[in-house]
Each structure stands twice: as structure tokens, then as C-alpha cells.
Design a protein around this ligand. Structure first.
Ligand SMILES: Nc1ncnc2c1ncn2[C@@H]1O[C@H](COP(=O)(O)OP(=O)(O)OP(=O)(O)O)[C@@H](O)[C@H]1O
Ligand SMILES: [Mg+2]
Length: 259
């Protein structure tokens, strides 16, 4: 019999009103399940970054709840890695020291952290760049450092806020494949925010489409299972159909908004 596991994180009936009176989210419900690659897709300003911040505990809902149903811990920050749209590296610190930061903040000396730093850099293919400074790296490489830094704590849950939006398509495709490989190696759960229909269709095991502000989940689409894609996937009918299905829902959303 199929077992239905409890959600890793559960958001229920969330309303988020900022102090300036903006209602970013209203009636927002979402479950994040262990091992999935969940994308949040929606128009600019619909509250996607706000959702990630609520999951990370960096912001509190005005109403509603964010819970971890399978866990009695109250502080989940040590289990979460956050990758921001901008790599936000420390320019004065080399790559290894940037990756060390989350470990250092948890009291780990550089000596104690050295294996973890090396492993994290190896995961993103930057083993030869430990002593390099951010200014000497390409945009794609900086984003890899940012991902290595988020992975340094070996998070169960990786939150990614449009991490590849600033990259050219070739770099983006490569990082997409690397990310799927990383996820299957580390067996982590990923919540990924993107504006891109194509990126969400390629990466996700599930896609949650968020309405224009105030944001709520208006549709969920099942994607391919987690894990690396075959070389043929980008040219497959399955991928084209997914892209079409997602685009149609987004278009219907904006059409309603314009009426
Ligand atoms: N700290 C804040 N104070 C006031 N308003 C905010 C704050 N943070 C976000 N907002 C507003 O809440 C809404 C949702 O913002 P959010 O950044 O979550 O959207 P988003 O979906 O991530 O947008 P984008 O795709 O452009 O990144 C926006 O209207 C934004 O202006
Ligand atoms: Mg955002």
C-alpha cells in the first residue's frame, strides 16, 4: 500500500501584510514534501520571495501557520540553505572563506571546516578555485560558490530564489543539470523560485503556480520525477507538453487580472 508521508513543511492559510499595508499573500496554502523539487512560478510581485522567507523563518506570517509536521524541533535554521538571486559573496574573502561563512557562524574553525569546504566546492565543480576571489570569477561561477555556501551545512531543505536569472542560457542549462545531480547526490528537498516556464518545466517534480498579488497557489502541476534528466528530455514531447500546460495556466491568470 502506498504510504503518504507527512509534509516536510506545511504552510496553511497564510496571510502576509507588510507594515506599509501591502497584502503580499492571502489564503496561501502549500505543502513541501521530502525529496521533491518544487518550483514556485508566478508574476513579479506575487509573493514568491516572501514565501521562501516565511519557510526559512526570516519573516513571520500575519495570519496562518508554517509548521514542520514530522519534527518536534522549533528552530529549523540549521536545516535550511538559502540561495539568493544575487550571489552576495564577500568580495574581500576568497572562495573557500565564502563557503566557510555559515560554518563559521556556527562556531566551526577553518581547520575543522576544511573537509566540508572542500566537499562543497567539489559538489559544484570548483575544487580548483578555493583560493580565487569573487571578482575573478564569471557570473555562473559566483552562483556556484553561492550554492556551495548554502550546501556547506548539508541542509535538508534548499531554498533558491531565482538563482540563475542573471545567467546566459548556456550557463543556466549547465547549472540546471548540475543542480539535479546535486539533489540526487545529497537527497535534499528543493524549493525553487523562478519566472521561467521552461526552467520550471525542466527542473521540477512539481510546479506550484502562484496568482498575481495577493499570492496564493492556483494550480499544481506534476513534472518529471526528481533526479537528472536524459539528454533527450529538452527535445521531448513530454517537456513541450509541460511547457504548454504551464504557459496556458499563467496566461489564464493574467487574462483574469486584466478583465
Ligand atoms: N519588506 C517589505 N515591506 C513592504 N512590502 C514588501 C516587502 N517585501 C515585499 N513587499 C511587497 O510584497 C509583494 C510581494 O513581494 P515579493 O518580493 O515576495 O514578490 P516576488 O514574487 O518575489 O516578486 P519578484 O518576482 O519580482 O521577485 C510586492 O508587492 C512587494 O513590493
Ligand atoms: Mg522575488
Amino acid at each position: 500500500m502506498m504510504q503518504i508521508a507527512p509534509a516536510l513543511v506545511s504552510l496553511r492559510e497564510i496571510t502576509k501584510i507588510f507594515s506599509n499595508g501591502v497584502t503580499a499573500l492571502a489564503g496561501f496554502d502549500l505543502d513541501v514534501f521530502a525529496g521533491e523539487f518544487l518550483s514556485l512560478l508566478g508574476p513579479s510581485g506575487c509573493g514568491k520571495s516572501t514565501v521562501l522567507r516565511l519557510i526559512a523563518g526570516l519573516a513571520q506570517p500575519t495570519q496562518g501557520s508554517v509548521t514542520w509536521p514530522g519534527s518536534s524541533d522549533t528552530d529549523h535554521r540549521g536545516e535550511i540553505g538559502f540561495v539568493f538571486q544575487d550571489p552576495t559573496l564577500m568580495p574581500w574573502a576568497n572562495v573557500a572563506d565564502n563557503v566557510w561563512l555559515p560554518l563559521r557562524l556556527r562556531g566551526m574553525s577553518k581547520h575543522a571546516a576544511r573537509n566540508r569546504i572542500a566537499e562543497s566546492l567539489a559538489l559544484v565543480g570548483l575544487s580548483d578555485f578555493a583560493k580565487t576571489y569573487p571578482r575573478e570569477l564569471s557570473g555562473g561561477m559566483r552562483m556556484r560558490v553561492s550554492i556551495a555556501r548554502a550546501l556547506s551545512l548539508r541542509p535538508r531543505l534548499l531554498l533558491m530564489d531565482e538563482p540563475f536569472a542573471a545567467l546566459d542560457e548556456i550557463a543556466r542549462f549547465r547549472l540546471n543539470d548540475d543542480l539535479l545531480r546535486l539533489q540526487s547526490e545529497l537527497r535534499c528537498t528543493i524549493v525553487f523560485v523562478t519566472h521561467s516556464v521552461y526552467e520550471s518545466a525542466y527542473l521540477s517534480s512539481r510546479i506550484a503556480i502562484v496568482s498575481p498579488r495577493p499570492g496564493r497557489v492556483v494550480a499544481e502541476i506534476q513534472g518529471e520525477g526528481p533526479g537528472p534528466r536524459s539528454k533527450e528530455f529538452r527535445a521531448s514531447a513530454r517537456y513541450a507538453a509541460l511547457c504548454g500546460q504551464i504557459s496556458q495556466i499563467l496566461l489564464d491568470q493574467t487574462a483574469e487580472e486584466r478583465l
